[in-house]
Design a protein around this ligand. Structure first.
Ligand code: 26V
Length: 818
C-alpha cells in the first residue's frame, strides 16, 4: 500500500470473508451460537479473527529481524498500561470499515463490541502508559523490539467512590480470557532466589562462583503481538508469568503434606499475582524485589539465549542488542547480566563490564526523593546473595575510579557510592543503574536539567556525556486517530492524510487557525465529543452538564505535587464569586476530575473526598445554575481517558514547578485541541515553546522560585494573609462548610497550607486564580479561543512518540530507523 493513500474501500467479498471468520471463531473457538452470543463473545470472536490477520506479519517480521541481524531493542518495564487493543489493531491494519461491514449484517455494533474488551491496566500511570506508547511507536517505525514485563493477574485496582471516599477493589482483566496473548509454556526460564554462593577454586588465578539458590521459580512467556501503523511491522510484548518450578518434586518433598506443598506453590506463583498499586513511593516489600528480579532475569536469559543462538558468544551483545531500563525497577539487570557473563560464560570481569555498559541504558522518571528506589542490604543478601557480591564488586571498581580522579574526596565517594550507609545499609538502585549504563536520560528538558543539578549532580560531573534528554511523546494513532475520529476526519479533509504518517505535518493546519469556516467545523467536532462525554458523566454520576460550557479537565493520579487541591480551591473561590455576584457574565464551566490515589496515601484520598464534598454543594446550589458544575469520574483508566481527552477545552497541568518529570496527558490534551493552563514544569515548558506564549496559560512560581521559597522557609500563612480570596476559601473549607457531617474533616489539610505549604498551593493560588480569569476572558471570544485551540493541535506534532523513539534509536540505541 502506498504510504499516503487511504485504505481501499472494502469489497463485499472481503466483508463476507471476515464475517465468516468471526462466526467461525464464535462457533468453534468459543462454542457459542450467534443467537446466544453476548457483546463479550462477539468481542472475543472479532479479536481472534483480527489476530489471525496479524500473525503472518508477526512471524515474518520476527524472522526478518533474525535473518538480517538487525539490532534488537529490549524495553524492560515493570508496567505496560496498554488499555484495550481491539481498536488499536483494527486501525493500524486499516480494517476499520471492513470490521464495521462484517459485523453490521449480524446485527452487531462494533462500538459495543469494542467496549466489551477489558482495559488492561498493567501500570499505575505515566510511566506505564509511556511504555505502551513506545511499544506502538517502535512497531510503527519498524524497529525490531521486545517489551518485557510481568503478566499480572490483577492490574491496577478498580476505584469505587462510596460517599465521596475512594475504595479499592481487585481488578480481573483475565477473567474471561485474553484473546491477544499466546501462552508459550515451552518458553520458560528458571529464576533462583536465596540460597548460598560457593566459591570454586579453578586455578591459582581464578575462582568461580556458583550460586545454589534455595528456591527456583519458572518464568513462562506470554506473547502479545504489537502491530505498528499500517500493519507493516509487528513486535512482541512478552510478559512473564510465574509457575512453581517442579510441582511433582514439591509433592514428593512434602510427602503426605499436600496442603503444605500447595502453599509453597501458591507462594511461588504469587510473584505475578498483582501490580504494586502505588506510584511515586517505593513499597519496600520483599515481593516487589522478587518481581523486579523475576522479570529482569527472565528477560536477560531470554535475550541472551536468542543472541547466542545466532552469534555464538556474548562479546557482540552491545552491537546487536540495546536494553532500555524503564526507571530503576529493572536495575537488578545490571548485576544479573554481569553474573550471566562472568559466572555462566566465564567472561573476564572487565570484558563483562564493557558488554553490560555497552548494552544497557536507563531512563529516570522522577526526582521525588521518596520515589528513588533502594533496597536493604540484608534483604538483598538473603534473596540474591550472588548479586549482592557482584554489586559490591561493581561498587569497589567504581569507587576506585572515582578515587583515582578525585583523591581524598570523602564526600564525593559517599555521595556516589552504590551503598547508602546513613539509614541502615541500602543499595541505591538509581546509582546502580547509572553506573551500569552508557546513557541515562530524563524525560523532558527541564527534568533532565534538574537531574544533572540534583540527584545525579556528582555522577554528571564524573561522566558529563552520559546524561541526555529524551522528551516524552505519545502515540498519535491511539491519542488522535482512534480516540478522535471526528477530528482526524476533519484534519484529513483539510490538510490531507500526510500527518497520519508524519506527525510534523500537523503544522500545515496553522494557516487554518483564523479561517472562520474551519473554526466552525473544528468547534462542531469538539461539540460532538463533549456531548459524548456529557452522556458518560450522566450515566456515571447522574449529573447533567451543558456541552456549551467550558470543559475544564484534570485527569491523572491524585498526588499532592500535581495539586488537584489547588484546582478544588479555585473551584470554591469561583463558587463564592458566582454566589456573591450571580448576575455577572460568568463563563459556564464544568470542572472534570478523574484519577486514583494510592491506597495508603491518606492525604490524596482526602483530596478526593474534598472534591466530592465541594461537588455536592456546588452542583445542588440553585444560585449557581449551570455556571459551575463539578464532576469527579470514578475509575480513571486508559479507556476513560480516550473519552475525556477529545472532549476537553482546558487542560490542567498545574504541578509544583520542578516536580512533574514530564507529563504526557498534557500532550494528549493539547493534541486534541485543549488549551493548557499550567506551570513551567516538565514538558509544559516545551509545549510553551511549540505553541507560543499567546496560546497557553502559564502561571505561578518557577522551579528556582520554589526552591528559594522553601529555602527561606516562608510559611503558607504569609500568602494566605495576603489573599482575602484564599483566606475566605480556606475559612469555609476548614470550618466545615462543605463537610457539615464532620466539621473538622479538612482542618489538618488547611493547617498544612498555613504551615510549610510544601507544594506551594497557597503561594501559587492568586496567580492561578488570575490566570483562570484570563482563560475566561479568552473563552468569551469564541473565535479567539478556537484559533488558539487549533494552533495547539497544529503545534503538537513534535510530541509524537515516533519522534521520541527516533531520538532514542539515534542517540542511545544506535539502531537504524527507516
Ligand atoms: C514508583 C513505584 C515505587 C514502588 C511501587 C510502585 C511504583 C510505581 C511507579 C513508581 C515511579 C513512578 C514514576 C512515574 O510514573 N513517573 C512519571 O513518568 C511519566 C513518564 O515519563 C512522566 O510523564 C511523569 O511526569 C512522571 O511522574
Amino acid at each position: 500500500m502506498n504510504a499516503l493513500t487511504e485504505p481501499q474501500k472494502p469489497t463485499a467479498a472481503e466483508a463476507d470473508a471476515l464475517r465468516a471468520a468471526i462466526v467461525r471463531k464464535l462457533t468453534y473457538d468459543l462454542g457459542k451460537s450467534q443467537a446466544g452470543a453476548r457483546d463479550r463473545d462477539w468481542f472475543m470472536a472479532t479479536a481472534l479473527a483480527v489476530r489471525d490477520r496479524i500473525v503472518d506479519r508477526w512471524l515474518s517480521a520476527t524472522r526478518a529481524a533474525y535473518e538480517t541481524g538487525q539490532k534488537q531493542v529490549y524495553y524492560l518495564s515493570l508496567e505496560f498500561l496498554i488499555g484495550r487493543l481491539l481498536r488499536d489493531g483494527v486501525t493500524n491494519l486499516g480494517l476499520t470499515e471492513l470490521v464495521d461491514e462484517a459485523l453490521a449484517p449480524l446485527g452487531v455494533d462494533f462500538e459495543k463490541v469494542r467496549q466489551a474488551e477489558p482495559d488492561a491496566a498493567l501500570g499505575n500511570g505515566g510511566l506505564g502508559r509511556l511504555a505502551a506508547c513506545f511499544m506502538e511507536s517502535l512497531a510503527s517505525l519498524g524497529i525490531p523490539a521486545f517489551g518485557y514485563g510481568i503478566r499480572y493477574e490483577h492490574g491496577l485496582f478498580r476505584q469505587i467512590i462510596r460517599d465521596g471516599w475512594q475504595q479499592e477493589y481487585p481488578e480481573d482483566w483475565l477473567n474471561n480470557g485474553n484473546p491477544w496473548e499466546y501462552a508459550r509454556p515451552e518458553i520458560s526460564h528458571d529464576i533462583g532466589f536465596g540460597g548460598a554462593v560457593e566459591a570454586v577454586v579453578v586455578s591459582e588465578a581464578r575462582v568461580r562462583h556458583v550460586w545454589h539458590p534455595a528456591e527456583v521459580v519458572q518464568a513462562v512467556a506470554y506473547d502479545t503481538p504489537v502491530v505498528g501503523w499500517r500493519g507493516e511491522h509487528v513486535n512482541t510484548l512478552r510478559l512473564w508469568s510465574a509457575r512453581a518450578a517442579d510441582p511433582l518434586k514439591l509433592d514428593a518433598f512434602n510427602y503426605g503434606d499436600h496442603l503444605g506443598a500447595l502453599a509453597d506453590r501458591v507462594r511461588q506463583e504469587s510473584i505475578c499475582k498483582v501490580l504494586y498499586p502505588s506510584d511515586e513511593s517505593p513499597a519496600g516489600q520483599e515481593l516487589r524485589l522478587k518481581q523486579e528480579y523475576f522479570f529482569a532475569s527472565a528477560a536477560l536469559q531470554d535475550l541472551v539465549r536468542r543472541h547466542l543462538r545466532v552469534y555464538g558468544d556474548l562479546k557482540s551483545l552491545p552491537d546487536r542488542v540495546a536494553i532500555q531500563l524503564n526507571d530503576t525497577h529493572p536495575a537488578i539487570a545490571v548485576p544479573e547480566l554481569m553474573r550471566i557473563c562472568v559466572d555462566l560464560h566465564n567472561i573476564p570481569w572487565d570484558e563483562a563490564w564493557t558488554i553490560t555498559q555497552g548494552t544497557i541504558s536507563y531512563t529516570n522518571h522522577t526526582l521525588l526523593p521518596e520515589a528513588l528506589e533502594s533496597w536493604q542490604v540484608p534483604l538483598m543478601e538473603r534473596l540474591l546473595p550472588r548479586h549482592m557480591q557482584i554489586i559490591y564488586m561493581i561498587n569497589a571498581f567504581h569507587l576506585d575510579r572515582v578515587r583515582a580522579a578525585h583523591p581524598e574526596d570523602g564526600r564525593l565517594l559517599s555521595s556516589v557510592s552504590l551503598i547508602e550507609e546513613a539509614h541502615g545499609r541500602r543499595v541505591r538502585m538509581g546509582h546502580l543503574a547509572f553506573v551500569g549504563s552508557h546513557k541515562v536520560n530524563g524525560v523532558s528538558a527541564l527534568h533532565t536539567d534538574l537531574l544533572k543539578k540534583t540527584v545525579f549532580k556528582d555522577f554528571h560531573a564524573l561522566s558529563p556525556d552520559k546524561v541526555v534528554n529524551k522528551t516524552n511523546g505519545v502515540t498519535f494513532r491511539r491519542w488522535l486517530q482512534q480516540c478522535n475520529p471526528g477530528l482526524t476526519g476533519l484534519l484529513t479533509e483539510t490538510i490531507g492524510p500526510r500527518f497520519l504518517d508524519d506527525a510534523g505535518a500537523l503544522a500545515a493546519l496553522q494557516p487554518f487557525a483564523r479561517d472562520a469556516a474551519f473554526q466552525t467545523k473544528f468547534l462542531a467536532v469538539k461539540r460532538q465529543n463533549k456531548e459524548a462525554l456529557a452522556s458518560v458523566i450522566r450515566a456515571s454520576l447522574d449529573l447533567r452538564v451543558d456541552p456549551e460550557a467550558m470543559f475544564d479537565v484534570q485527569i491523572k493520579r491524585i498526588h499532592e505535587y500535581k495539586r488537584q487541591l489547588l484546582n478544588v480551591l479555585e473551584t470554591v473561590a469561583l463558587y463564592d464569586a458566582i454566589r456573591s455576584q450571580p448576575t455577572r457574565n460568568w463563563v459556564p464551566r464544568v470542572k472534570i476530575f478523574a484519577g486514583k490515589a494510592a491506597a495508603s496515601y491518606h492525604r490524596a484520598k482526602l483530596i478526593i473526598k474534598l472534591a466530592h464534598d465541594v461537588a455536592r454543594v456546588v452542583n445542588s446550589d440553585p444560585t449557581v445554575r449551570n455556571l459551575l458544575k463539578v464532576a469527579f469520574l470514578p475509575n480513571y483508566n486508559v479507556s476513560l481517558a480516550e473519552v475525556i481527552v477529545p472532549a476537553a477545552d482546558l487542560s490542567e497541568q498545574i504541578s509544583t514547578a520542578g516536580m512533574e518529570a514530564s507529563g504526557t496527558g498534557n500532550m494528549k490534551l493539547g493534541l486534541n485541541g485543549a488549551l493548557t493552563i499550567g506551570t513551567l514544569d516538565g514538558a509544559n515548558v516545551e509545549m510553551l515553546e511549540q505553541v507560543g506564549p499567546e496560546n497557553i496559560h502559564i502561571f505561578g512560581m518557577t522551579t528556582e522560585e520554589v526552591a528559594a521559597r522553601r529555602h527561606e522557609g516562608l510559611q503558607g500563612a504569609h500568602a494566605i494573609e495576603a489573599s482575602p480570596r484564599l483566606s475566605e476559601v480556606l475559612e469555609a473549607i476548614g470550618s466545615g462548610v462543605f463537610s457539615p457531617d464532620d466539621r473538622h474533616r479538612y482542618r489538618d489539610l488547611v493547617e498544612a497550607l498555613r504551615g510549610s505549604d510544601y507544594f506551594m498551593v497557597a503561594a501559587d493560588f492568586d496567580a492561578y486564580y488570575d490566570s483562570q480569569r484570563e482563560v475566561d476572558a479568552r473563552w468569551a471570544s469564541s473565535a479567539g479561543w478556537q484559533q488558539a485551540a487549533i494552533l495547539n493541535t497544529a503545534s503538537m506534532g513534535w510530541f509524537s512518540s515516533d519522534r521520541t523513539i527516533r531520538e532514542y534509536a539515534e542517540d542511545i540505541w544506535n539502531v537504524p530507523v527507516r
